[in-house]
Design a protein around this ligand. Structure first.
Ligand code: 5GP
Ligand code: MG
Length: 173
């Protein structure tokens, strides 16, 4: 059983809205986007391109790798491990938007915050996700969300990168 949550048109529209919200919330001056590999990286790049269209200027973009110790996709073990990062800009004083595909327990974002703060002290860190699937285990909430859905037990989101845009389905596991 598989149910389409976001088709390519809905993803494109949602990312355009979110890029507008990011711009509205402080412009692109001193803004930087950091995608969480691998799902968040192409989304951060897409948002960067949309911000360039909207504001005439693209924010610098980087990525970080958070490797979860997981038995399977649905069970997070206590501490995600931080892998290699590519942050080719100064984070000190910047407004940093972390970008990921799916937000679940919040443990990946907690680890990502640690990783970013190792580079310096941003002015502010915000969070943008394609899908917030609920189930948080930490006090972490997204500032920008394309879609929010409450998943039942045994369900997960499948995110596929297509040529014409990312899309997401709900899968029974
Ligand atoms: P968390 O650390 O919040 O529990 O899980 C978020 C991370 O695990 C994200 O980087 C995301 O890629 C992955 N993840 C968690 N749940 C799902 C899901 O249902 N589908 C997909 N595709 N990834 C998920
Ligand atoms: Mg991920």
């Amino acid at each position: 059983m598989s149910e389409v949550l976001l088709d390519p048109v809905a993803v494109a529209r949602g990312l355009r809205r979110v890029a507008g919200e990011i711009a509205e919330h402080g412009g692109v001056r001193d803004l930087a986007l950091i995608g969480i590999r691998r799902g968040g990286e192409p989304l951060a790049e897409r948002l960067t391109a949309l911000l360039r269209e909207l504001e005439g200027e693209a924010p610098p973009t980087g990525s970080i790798d958070i490797t979860l110790y997981r038995d399977d996709a649905a069970t997070a073990l206590p501490n995600p491990k931080i892998g290699p990062s590519r942050i080719p800009f100064e984070v000190r004083g910047k407004r940093v938007v972390l970008v990921d595909d799916v937000l679940y327990t919040g443990r990946t974002i907690r680890a990502a915050l640690d990783a970013v703060l190792d580079y310096g002290r941003p002015r502010r860190i915000e969070l943008c996700v394609l899908v917030d699937r609920g189930g948080r285990e930490l006090p972490i909430h997204p500032d920008y969300t394309v879609r929010r859905v409450e998943l039942g037990p045994g369900q997960r989101i499948e995110v596929a990168q297509k040529d014409d845009g990312t899309w997401a389905t709900i899968e029974e596991s």
